[in-house]
Design a protein around this ligand. Structure first.
Ligand code: PEP
Length: 267
């Protein structure tokens, strides 16, 4: 498939999704290890998303001017209220959180996270100056039934319904084929690149030319060994990394693979 016509070349972004791993004290150790390795890395945005209970520890360890930003793995759309077990945007902001993963397939699968809920959360997130990372992706059954394009398009349209177009600079989309998450089965660069190009075209259709600046991350068993080939695809702007982000060395290697070859592009 021919790559989309990008008006804007987005700055690459690598996000580590720690899922339900690491206590607060483990978080201090891993954060320190990552910071040491990436301190001098430039021309790329980097984010770690520890569990809620580890956000204060990560925030403290990163300090105020860290090259690494902090992200959360979910949030509630409301500011406050009778929502037992939930966390709101303002609560995340208090701990320096700048990004929030929304609609991860594990939440869609196990926690009844619908695209309608994701849309409400994404709108709320930007209202609190949090950058939403909206996840979409097909299951293996859907891919085998040749439904990938339809599923991904429908998830994007409904997960971004009502999203304010003046805030699209804040938006990140992650394409994560469900069959590739935590399974060790990675989409080939061509398989991933094809879907990314379709997503880019759709974002341009929805938001106009500025849609070409929305970062589209690939996620699903990204490892140091496969990162460079995936990142070479023209419409892949970075990675959402699960398992490998728990290993500072592997996370650093993936970041290096995602950095632009022409450094001047993203100074
Ligand atoms: C993820 O958690 O979003 C993910 C892609 O996990 P993994 O890299 O382990 O497949």
């Amino acid at each position: 498939m021919t790559p989309s016509k990008k008006v804007i070349t987005p700055r690459p972004l690598v996000v580590g999704n720690w899922k339900m791993h690491k206590t607060a004290s483990d978080t201090r150790d891993l954060t320190q290890d990552i910071v040491k390795r990436v301190e001098r890395v430039a021309n790329i945005d980097m984010v770690i998303c520890p569990p809620f209970t580890s956000l204060p520890a990560a925030h403290e360890t990163l300090g105020r001017h860290s090259v690494i930003a902090l992200g959360a793995q979910n949030m509630h759309a409301a500011k406050e209220g009778a929502f037992t077990g939930e966390i709101s945007g303002p609560m995340l902001r208090e701990f320096g959180v700048r990004y929030v993963i929304l609609g991860h397939s594990e939440r869609r699968q196990f926690d009844n996270e619908t695209s309608e809920k994701v849309a409400a959360k994404a709108i709320s997130a930007v209202g609190y100056h949090l950058r939403p990372i909206v996840c979409v992706g097909e299951t293996l059954t859907q891919r085998e039934a040749d439904e990938t394009t339809a599923v991904v398009e429908s998830q994007i349209r409904s997960s971004l319904s009502g999203f304010p177009s003046e805030q699209i600079d804040e938006l990140v989309v992650a394409y994560e084929p469900v069959w590739a998450i935590g399974t060790g089965k990675v989409a080939t660069p061509r398989q991933a690149g094809e879907v990314h190009t379709k997503i880019r075209k759709l974002l341009i259709k929805i938001f106009g030319p500025k849609g070409s600046g929305i970062r589209i991350l690939y996620g699903g068993s990204v490892k140091p060994e496969n990162a460079a080939a995936l990142m070479a695809e023209p419409d892949i702007d970075g990675a959402l990394v699960g398992g490998a982000s728990l290993d500072a060395r592997a996370f650093f290697d993936i970041i290096e693979a995602a950095r632009p070859t022409r450094a001047s592009e993203h100074d």
